[in-house]
Ligand binder design. Structure first.
Ligand code: F0G
Length: 498
């Protein structure tokens, strides 16, 4: 990467992104001081390191069909039928296109109940690329979160973390713990240009330890590319500082390594001293500062289903191996078919290749810059797995209790059949004690980009559609919640127009 030939843009908005945009790690502090957002490089476009061998045909719908579909779905994009969706940006989870190597791996599935050869392949790959001592497969990330929470958390414990994630926090709570957010303040500010908004505020953590005592804190839960903050990475230096602090207090560090390769890519691009390191080596280094991890293979690892729990402590591993039998299946398949474990093993290796990551995040940056150019308020810096539209700014006339992000996601669907996801007050849920909503500072719509699935022309259609909705934003009305499920309400809640 030749940073010397980069063109630096000093401006309040992003510019054309037909090529990569990068931070210049060496002069980052200086760039930030000058409010320089991005750096344009005159080398090559972010084009994909693959060609397309098979396609899935999509149904094209009319505006009237879409208006009917979203009304029937209670204005909740989770309740739409996928065949009514043109571009599906609901999630990057389980929606990747697998490679021909992964598909052929499916044919090598060993579906023995116990000791499948695919388990041993997955086990070896996960240990090689992540460096943990013990691996327990689970059907997906939340299966691992359940096991981890049960073996680590006692009633009354406090679990600090760099912003909550829905399923992670719920499992901590179900195990009797309480999540406390210790992410840096910048993470809650959609306009802050901090390059590592996923960082933990060690001061906040220190005061928590002082208040509750280290023995009430079984572990710090640190997530890579923090989803709810907009796909924002945590820096290597912060992970090292966290390791040093927690070691002093005898507190463990558990990683939510769901999008670890994306985080590693940001470290390579932005953090001083890492620009010549491979994504693979950075991934392994991140893991080395932790004691274990939960992993949703449905993101980085390019599979439609799968996950695992990784641990370094033998006793905790044995406890979790015993529990997995109750919730998922035998410890050598954990709820997965042998073929799924094979596809995940192959996907892990593909996920840490530099050219793959350049194209993966290159596409996200491309869409982000197209939107920013059109004056759409988005979370900055652009994150790893999607663009997060700031719904509070997009629809300033709506109160948070009128669910601006939920409305905006529904409007995007009506406009062009694009399915996005609410990440705001509905996702945040209610405080179990007071019964009131949590009121997150961030009220976002996530345009999540599946890996290796859509083309640049699809990205253009998305940008044009968001722009059209933006042009008629003042006419958009709020929603009223008419059905609210008890757990993770955003999945199944129903709304009507006000
Ligand atoms: N942790 C993070 C940061 C996640 O983003 C997810 C899933 C999980 C854990 C749970 O993993 O779905 O395999 O059980 N996120 C998906 C999303 C659902 O759309 O962001 P899972």
């Amino acid at each position: 990467m030749n940073f010397g030939r980069a063109v630096i843009w000093v401006a309040d908005s992003f510019y054309l992104c037909r090529t990569h945009f990068y931070y210049l790690p060496e002069c980052l502090p200086e760039l930030q001081a000058k409010k320089i957002l991005m750096v344009k490089e005159h080398t090559r476009s972010w084009a994909e390191p693959f060609k397309i061998k098979m396609v899935e045909l999509l149904k094209m719908t009319t505006p009237a069909q879409r208006a009917k579909a979203i009304k029937e779905a209670g204005y909740n994009t989770f309740l739409l039928r996928s065949e009514d969706v043109y571009i599906d940006l609901l999630t990057d989870s389980g929606t990747s296109a697998m490679s021909d190597a992964q598909w052929s791996g499916l044919m090598r599935g060993d579906e023995a109940y116990a000791g499948s050869k695919n388990f041993y392949h997955l086990d070896a790959v996960a240990k090689k690329y992540y460096g943990f001592k013990y691996i327990i497969p689970t059907h997906q990330g939340r299966g691992a979160e359940n096991l981890l929470s049960q073996v680590m958390i006692k009633k009354g414990d406090v679990i600090p973390g760099n912003m909550y994630f829905t399923t992670t926090r719920l499992h901590q709570e179900l195990a009797g713990g309480r999540f406390v957010d210790v992410i840096i303040d910048e993470a809650h500010d959609p306009e802050s240009l901090h390059p590592f908004k996923g960082d933990i505020d060690i001061e906040k953590l220190a005061s928590l330890v002082k208040k509750h005592g280290a023995d009430k804190i079984p572990y710090v839960c640190v997530a890579t590319t923090v989803n709810m903050a907009g796909g924002q990475p945590v820096s290597m230096s912060n992970l090292m500082a966290l390791r040093a602090f927690t070691a002093k207090h005898g507190i463990k560090v558990m990683l939510d390594m769901t999008r670890i390769a994306e985080n590693a890519w940001f470290i390579q691009q932005r953090e001083k001293g890492y620009s010549r390191r491979s994504v693979a080596s950075l991934v392994k280094e991140i893991c080395s500062y932790t004691d274990g991890a939960t992993f949703s293979g449905k993101k980085d690892a390019l599979v439609n289903i799968g996950g695992f729990l990784a641990l370094n402590d033998k006793d905790k591993f044995e406890e979790a191996s015993n529990l997995v039998v109750v919730y998922e299946g035998l410890h050598t398949y954990g709820g997965l078919a042998g073929r799924d474990m094979e596809a995940m093993a192959i996907g892990i290796v593909e996920s840490v290749q530099d050219d793959h990551m350049d194209a993966r995040i290159g596409q996200v940056l491309y869409l982000g810059s197209e939107l920013a150019e059109r004056g759409i308020p988005i979370v900055r810096p652009i994150g790893g797995h999607g663009i997060f539209v700031d719904a509070k700014k997009f629809l300033p006339h709506l109160k948070q209790t009128e669910f601006p992000a939920q409305v905006l996601a529904a409007e995007l669907y009506e406009d062009a059949g694009i399915r996005a996801m609410e990440r705001g007050i509905v996702s945040a849920g209610r405080n179990a004690k007071t019964g009131d909503h949590y009121y997150p500072k961030l009220e976002l719509v996530r345009l999540t980009i599946p890996r290796r699935v859509y083309t640049q022309a699809h990205m253009d259609v998305i940008a044009e559609s968001v722009e059209r909705v933006h042009e008629r934003r003042e006419k958009i009305r709020g929603l009223e919640m008419v059905y609210e499920p008890r757990y993770l309400r955003f999945f199944q809640a129903r709304f009507k127009k006000k």
